[in-house]
Design a protein around this ligand. Structure first.
Ligand code: ACM
Ligand code: ZN
Length: 483
């Protein structure tokens, strides 16, 4: 027998028989020896006992218990449960397209139902800056708007906006009630066109550039040679850290083209001055300076995308988000003691169609990557599914793309090894449809989840034709070996 619960509890002992849920008394006990997120639910004829160390464990036990009780009767059993990983994240890109606060809350409710515990909020990129900011007001005056709506539909209308600090605090509080940590991402030194559009002197060339209206990788990134750029970043991060009370922050670091740095006197002078080898090491130096500031001055832990490892000099306290790493640098980093989070492009990027990333493939991904040794496996903090929104313009589309694939990631973050079972997962997912609808989240229909080879080929070709996005092209050129 399998309980109708996602993530699947790690241990269930059945006593046999059932009991009406409405009449069942529930008692709570504390056990200091349990993990923060662990819980035990013991359902016996004379009552249920829920045991946890504290609030978090009780919260997860309640989610499980309420779902079990939904059908009116409870199976007599003992559930002993605890997550495999401490980091079970979902990332939302609010830069390319913005979600309303109400939409974000719907999504958060849905993720919370599956015991996810980190909301990584991607709040700035080439196409927009989305945080109210007093220190640098041009970020919202200029950087929050672009001159057309949608990525391909250049109809001349301005698109943009940003979250006020009160709105952000509201989201943080909403998450906190659900034991979800909010990690803001300030992507740097690349993907910074919206920042450079607001303050052109931050780039190497110092020329005015527009906030981007299409997806891609753009050359006018922050200059790593100018001291004023570091001062700008520190002051900006002061304000961000004040707004976000958590102890972790993401500083991006992905897809930073070095063309401008190669031709910039100041970047080249910085390379010499610091005894660096090349522009790649300059990015390592940049990352380390920002990370040092956040760690030493703000007491923060720092996350960054896996490209920051390319320099070979990034400090080992940085938590690496491994999204696209063909050379195994993230695994090597974890084997040496660094912490990593698995968010593999081929399995967890929910902006790609079901034809390219079927549900089964997402479900089958193990964050315990191939080249990890025993020590390295212990350094995997967990999993995360990003939804990038270049081509996800509205909330209905976002729900279609993310549900149920996000749920597959949630189960992998909690349930590991032999306990994972795709067939049972598919059945259990269907049982959550009503709950998700009650939050305002409509999943993709079942026939979308695992498309036929014909449909997969069609999706792949359509996607490739529709958009000359380097990431889509790379899927085509470097198909996943297990696909
Ligand atoms: C990324 O997808 N550029 C992190
Ligand atoms: Zn420069």
């Amino acid at each position: 027998m399998t309980l109708n619960i996602i993530p699947k509890p790690n241990k269930v002992d059945f006593y046999g028989g059932e009991i009406p849920a409405a009449e069942q008394p529930v008692a709570y006990r504390t056990d200091e020896t349990l993990g923060e997120e662990a819980y035990i639910i013991d359902i016996q004829k004379n009552g249920t006992v829920i045991t946890a160390k504290g609030e978090k464990g009780r919260y997860y036990a309640d989610i499980t218990y309420m779902k079990l009780a939904e059908k009116g009767s409870l199976p007599l059993c003992k559930i002993t449960d605890e997550p495999a990983f401490s980091y079970r994240g979902f990332m939302i890109d609010s830069a390319r397209h913005i979600q309303t606060v109400e939409e974000l809350k719907k999504y958060i409710l849905a993720a919370a139902a599956f015991k996810m515990n980190v909301f990584h909020w991607h709040l700035c990129d080439d196409q927009g800056w989305r945080i109210e900011c007093e220190t640098y007001p041009e970020l919202t005056k200029v950087g929050a708007y672009r001159d057309c709506h949608g990525f391909r539909s250049k109809d001349g209308r301005e698109y943009g906006g940003y979250y006020t600090k009160d709105e952000i605090r509201d989201i943080i509080a909403f998450c906190e009630e659900r034991h979800i940590e909010v990690i803001p991402e300030i992507d740097m030194p690349g993907h910074t066109t919206a920042i450079v559009a607001s303050y052109p002197w931050l780039s190497c060339r110092g020329v005015k550039v527009p906030v981007q209206t299409d997806g891609g990788i753009f050359k006018d990134i922050l200059c790593a040679g100018k001291e004023e750029v570091y001062e700008f970043c520190f002051k900006l991060l002061d304000e961000i850290c004040e707004l976000f009370p958590g102890k972790r922050i993401h500083i991006g670091g992905d897809e930073a083209p070095k063309a401008r740095w190669c031709n910039c006197e100041k970047c080249q002078a910085k390379i010499k001055e610091e005894g660096l080898k090349d522009v790649e090491e300059l990015q390592g130096y940049f990352t380390n300076r920002i990370a040092d500031y956040l760690e030493k001055e703000k007491g923060m832990e720092v996350l960054a995308w896996n490209e920051t490892l390319n320099s070979g000099i990034v400090k080992d306290s940085v938590i690496i988000c491994d999204w696209m790493d063909r050379t195994g640098k993230s695994e090597e980093y974890a084997n040496k003691g660094g912490k990593i989070i698995a968010e593999d492009f081929y399995h967890y990027y929910l902006d790609y169609p079901y034809g390219m990333t079927p549900l089964k493939k997402t479900y089958g991904f193990s964050p315990l990557l191939e080249k990890l040794d025993e020590k390295g496996k212990k350094n995997v903090l967990g999993v995360e599914t990003p939804i990038w929104t270049e081509f996800v313009e509205d909330f209905d589309r976002m729900c279609y793309m993310c549900f149920p694939r996000l749920i597959a990631c949630a189960e992998s973050g909690w349930t590991q090894g032999e306990n994972k079972d795709y067939k049972s997962f598919r059945e259990r997912v269907k049982d959550y449809n009503e709950k998700l609808l009650s939050y305002g989240v409509k999943m993709a229909d079942e026939e979308e989840w695992d498309p036929s080879l014909k449909r997969r080929t069609k999706d792949m070709l359509k996607r490739w034709k529709d958009m000359l996005d380097p990431r889509a092209i790379s899927v085509f050129l470097f198909p996943n070996k297990d696909d």
